[in-house]
Design a protein around this ligand. Structure first.
Ligand SMILES: *[C@@H]1O[C@H](CO)[C@@H](O)[C@H](O)[C@H]1NC(C)=O
Ligand SMILES: *[C@@H]1O[C@H](CO)[C@@H](O)[C@H](O)[C@H]1NC(C)=O
Ligand SMILES: *[C@@H]1O[C@H](CO)[C@@H](O)[C@H](O)[C@H]1NC(C)=O
Length: 184
């Protein structure tokens, strides 16, 4: 019991200094007008840590809508190399309580910042606005790095609906603090 308390205290104090934030460098958002109109996305300055996006959903998003998430980071030779790829059924992951980590992060990030209360399928037509898409609760086993994320939505063998390409950098909070201390 005593050991456990001590352990929780230790982990608790370590957690204070743990965590990551991302700074975004550029984003490209493209959409197929048969599915999404007026798709806009923008990095919020001056901090570049969050996004604002808006889109007009032209067709109800329902079964068969598929997402693909790909993450690349530079290898030791600084060549962008894919480290993660997953294809998922959009409506299925919205229904499931237990999801793969990065998918969970993606769904939570969008749901938290979304203007619509019901974040589930069928996803209705109409305007979808989000002024502050911020990625938090990043998993602790990461390292500081540039990254490139491709998030694509499509209906297999029918159409590509949306492509999002995001370039950014992942910072370790504790390292960033140490760097600040050095300069201030
Ligand atoms: C999305 O990307 C694919 C290839 O990655 C490309 O063929 C397609 O034209 C793009 N679609 C849109 C709507 O930009
Ligand atoms: C945010 O992005 C703009 C445009 O790319 C850049 O000029 C600015 O220095 C960035 N801000 C930070 C805090 O990195
Ligand atoms: C944006 O969201 C983040 C995290 O949810 C929050 O800390 C921040 O205050 C929000 N910013 C604005 C301008 O609403």
């Amino acid at each position: 019991m005593f050991a456990w308390c001590w352990f929780s205290l230790l982990v608790g104090s370590l957690m204070q200094n743990m965590g990551y934030f991302i700074e975004m460098k550029d984003i490209l958002c493209e959409a197929n007008p048969d599915y999404f109109k007026d798709f806009c996305c923008r990095i919020r300055q001056p901090k570049n840590r969050s996004l604002e996006a808006s889109v007009n959903i032209v067709q109800v998003i329902t079964n068969g809508f598929t997402g693909s998430l790909r993450v690349s980071i530079p290898n030791p030779k600084k060549v962008m190399t894919q480290i993660f790829e997953i294809t998922f059924d959009v409506c299925k992951v919205l229904r499931e309580g237990k999801r793969r980590m990065l998918i969970d992060l993606l769904v939570n990030t969008l749901a938290r910042s979304s203007s619509s209360k019901n974040f589930k399928c069928p996803f209705p037509k109409g305007k979808f606005v989000s002024n502050n898409i911020t990625v938090t609760d990043l998993p602790p086993m990461l390292t500081e790095s540039d990254f490139l994320v491709h998030l694509d939505f499509f209906i297999p063998r029918v159409a590509i609906a949306m492509n999002i390409t995001l370039n950014g950098h992942l910072f370790d909070v504790s390292k960033e603090r140490a760097r600040k201390r050095k300069f201030l």
